[in-house]
Design a protein around this ligand. Sequence first.
Ligand SMILES: *Cc1c(COP(=O)(O)O)cnc(C)c1O
Length: 476
Amino acid sequence: MSNPLFRSIPSVNDLLETQPLRDLVDRANRTVVVRGVRTFLDKLRDEVKQTTQNWQVPSPADLAQTIADWIREEERPTLRPVINATGILLHTGLGRAPLAEEAIRDMSAIAGGYTSLEVDLETGERSQRVQAVERLLRHVTGAEAAAVVNNNAGATVLALAALAGGREVIVSRGHLIEIGGNFRLPEVMSASGATLREVGTTNKTRIADFATAIDESTGALLKVHPSNYVISGFTEQPTLAELVALGKERGLPVIDDIGSGALLDFQRFGLAGEPIAQESVAAGADVVLFSGDKLLGGPQCGILVGRRESIDKISKHPLMRALRVDKLTLAALAATLRLYEDESRALRSIPLLALLSAPVDNLRNRAERLAPQLAALPAVAAAEPVSDETFLGGGALPTQVIPTWCVALNPARRNATEFAAALRVGSPSVFVRIKEQRVMLDLRAVFPGQDQALVEAVAALTPAERAQGESAEVGG
Ligand SMILES: *Cc1c(COP(=O)(O)O)cnc(C)c1O
């Protein structure tokens, strides 16, 4: 039974003759546009079927424009650059660490062609794909050997499987953490084929607890940095040095998952207590694990450094093949690590470190300059510079605040949540934080070169309607 209303819907061919869709065919490609029109009309017919009231067919011109806008939206890449005005420097939802220019340059230099990935340029023979990066990791961390995999969760599974598969791994109950995104240590351990042997209590574990748990089934001792939470008060955990001494005495490898991968002391930014990779290596851990895209400020990857014997076992494990990284990651990681060979260069060139180093007075100046520009925009009722505090994010140093400056906005005719949503879908897309009903544009993670784009993003918002009720008000 055909609905009579269907006949008033223009045909695909008629729609393709309209200006908006002809323009789109010129700019995009015909197949995409035709598919888009068909899909849209199917949806429209479904809607018509479900409507009981009188349904008004839009004019062909209006319908064509709506379809063209819809197709354009559908065809936009889902991975888009965004401005991070949340203040959270390692925002997992926004891709954690931005890459240094040097890393981007080296990635693009090799992306479009063939590379010397598995060929030793001198001998012409195959060589380890991580050879160059491994050398850099050894230099930077002081370790005997290194390996790189897809992320730190992968590094953990691999290290446990290679060093303690089928055996027990002893870990403190205070270290059985969950990192965001379903990384729960007990589950990761069971995926590796190692058996979890918990010792101590949530707040107190002593080296003696580890010592008494060791038996013939023990494969390794594990220490995990509880990156995203702190236990304070009546607490105790064995030091890495104690675990290393115990491991040596009993012939067991010690795995130290330090998480964030700081390669320099973050105390300089006022952030205390983050383990440094070099120190774990120096303290004698057999394997030290960390992420590449947290405090290191490089690409997503998991890094394993430590003793040659342990790293060799890890590199030869079949899971290594499943978790290995691609040439782009290796290029970006190598370029980032090279920056660490000169600390002042690292601080300047690695975006995370540069953003953290920005003096609070610079942020204040920028906030003071931006506030009047933003206050003058139609979507904004009021804007003022305010000092505030933010966090590192990415599951690192959850309790330590970083001083910052924001522009605090009172939207015109929207509430803060509606304003934030409008900015998110705008172009460029901007992510903000909300505090006490105000929209906070936090400058800590906004690159100075993005200030103008931030103003433009807010300028592009109409002083629009509240979400429901009133009709749209265009322009302004
Ligand atoms: C973040 C983190 C992980 C997971 O690292 P990914 O690179 O996100 O896989 C594992 N262990 C610790 C201690 C961490 O902080």
